[in-house]
Design a protein around this ligand. Structure first.
Ligand code: KIV
Ligand code: ZN
Length: 519
């Protein structure tokens, strides 16, 4: 049996479907490219039939990603499989992932079909996917609660039909490690053609056992783990990629199994996903939490100073956390900033040094000392702002205080025009948002959530605003960062506006295509 465990990342599919607001194409592509750099074998990019936006994202990722297999999800329905094939055909290598539920409760109550009919649908779906590619994955949804006899029958039929990977999901996170490992063990012992496919697992974390269950399955011969960055996913999430990868790396002597994950990319990828998805990582989260490598008690600190391995089973550097010993201030030159960004894991092609340096100097003037998290945030936001955005903030002035009516004046670039408006509000952010509504000439953007966070420590922290806004029945994320709360709030709204603009453009293109096709 191979000693390579494939890492199948589903952050952009299972992870994304659980976000309070969906990601745009630009954000998804950024995450896909980071996953490729991290070394994942397969990127599940989305569910193409679900919306024109998802189709477009899967197609864009399929076109741009070269070193990982790009995969799309489909139910066991012709139209889903055809949408996957269409979206993915531009890729160098792609996979179609089709699934149907197999547990009694799902087959009876959800599908309302007989077990025989479900096997027939699965076989038909695998065969249809094969029209597009030989790389076909089949999943038995809710396998964790499926009777083992029926599961064996289904797995055998899917492999006979041509599935090259068969996935065993614990869809509702119900099983325990001994039980889940037992299911995989049984499949290896009872399915006669099991050696013709790779057995994959996809565990949810409802009881906090997703990683433990995946590991138990790997111990029994599963050679693909489906997982997500920061453990994002439906409800309590999926198996966390960084945890399973670091278990196999840290305990290599015990398991003797390898993955293609470049562990030094983990921290950077985790931050990118957390920022773009507007999903903070809990401080004590294994591997990527802010406290994962910090030692609090005096005894521990003393031990680590004497020998790092007294209290550290892996180094922070191994997951890409590099301590900074440079004091970055307005006196630091371009080459120091470039050097530090490269130390933090970025490539020269990731940033435009001139614009990052200009932003760095502005920030250093305001804050004095600039820390790593500031630098990473600057880079993140300068990348966001550098895409010839349709909406751009040109000028902002806000007034507020006790006994005065808050007011704001905002000038926005809208396409190739600049529009200035003023308004009052119940606070300076509200006033600025009202001024932006006047600029837009409509109030179709409904802010459903507004969160203010500090990025960094103490009085030196930057203000990060995350908003969720509803527009045309869809939810959009926006984030803004600045030393000033009002500016940060305005930037977050502009971020949303640019995403709604992009979504409108995609919808229009799709309508146009449908018209041309005469449908
Ligand atoms: O949890 C699940 O069963 C899934 C399948 C679609 C693989 O996400
Ligand atoms: Zn799932």
């Amino acid at each position: 049996m191979s000693n390579h465990v494939k890492i199948f990342d589903t952050t952009l599919r299972d992870g994304e479907q659980a976000l309070p607001a969906s990601l745009g194409v630009k954000e998804k592509l950024k995450i896909a490219l980071a996953l490729e750099r991290l070394g994942v074998d397969i990127i599940e990019a989305g569910f193409p039939v679900s919306s024109p936006g998802d189709f477009d994202s899967v197609q864009t990722i399929a076109r741009e990603v070269k070193n990982a297999t790009v995969c799309g999800l489909s139910r066991a329905l012709d139209k889903d499989i055809d949408a996957c094939g269409e979206a993915l055909k531009v890729a160098d290598h792609f996979r179609i992932h089709t699934f149907i539920a197999t547990s009694e409760i799902h087959v009876g109550s959800k599908l309302r079909k007989s077990q025989d009919e479900v096997v027939e649908m699965a076989v038909k779906a695998v065969k249809r996917a094969q029209r597009y590619t030989n790389d076909v994955e089949f999943s038995c949804e809710d396998a964790g609660r499926t009777h083992i006899d029926y599961l064996c029958r289904m797995v055998e039929a899917a492999i006979n039909a041509g599935a090259t990977t068969v996935n065993i999901p614990d869809t509702v996170g119900y099983t325990t490690p001994t039980e889940f490992g037992g299911i995989i063990h049984n499949l290896f012992n009872r399915v006669p053609n099991i050696d013709k496919a790779i057995i994959s697992v996809h565990c949810h974390n409802d009881l906090g056992l997703a990683v433990a269950n995946s590991l138990a399955a790997v111990e029994q011969g599963a050679r693909q783990v489906e997982c997500t960055i920061n453990g994002l996913g439906e409800r309590a999430g999926n198996c966390s990629l960084e945890e399973i990868a670091m278990i196999l790396q840290t305990r290599h002597a015990m398991y003797g199994l390898n993955t293609n994950i470049r562990s030094q990319e983990i921290s950077r990828t985790s931050k990118l996903v957390s920022n773009l998805c507007n999903m903070p990582v809990q401080a004590n989260k294994a591997i990527v939490g802010a406290n994962a490598f910090s030692h609090s008690s005096g005894i521990h600190q003393d031990g680590v100073l004497k020998a790092q391995n007294t209290y550290e089973i892996m180094t922070p550097e191994s997951v890409g956390i590099n301590k900074n010993n440079l004091n970055l201030t307005s006196r630091s030159g371009r080459h120091v900033i470039k050097h530090r960004l490269i130390e933090l894991g970025y490539k020269e092609s990731d940033f435009d040094l001139e614009s990052v340096y200009a932003a760095f100097l502005k920030l250093a003037d305001k804050k004095g000392q600039v820390f790593d998290y500031d630098l990473e945030a600057l880079l993140f936001f300068s990348q966001q702002e550098h895409h010839h955005a349709y909406y751009e903030l040109k000028y902002l002035h806000a007034n507020s205080g006790k006994e005065i009516i808050p007011s704001a004046t905002v000038c926005l670039k809208v396409g190739d025009k600049e529009i200035t408006e003023s308004a009052i509000g119940n606070g300076p952010v509200d006033a600025a948002y009202n001024a932006i509504t006047k600029v837009l000439g409509h109030n179709l953007i409904d802010i459903v959530d507004f969160k203010l966070d500090s990025k960094g420590e103490g009085a030196n922290a930057l203000a990060q605003v995350s908003v969720i806004a509803e527009y045309n029945g869809r939810r959009f994320n926006g984030i803004g960062l600045a030393t000033d709360i009002v500016e940060s709030g305005v930037k977050a709204l502009i971020y949303v506006l640019n995403n709604t603009h992009l979504a409108d453009q995609i919808d229009q293109q799709k309508k146009q295509q449908v018209k041309i096709a005469g449908v």
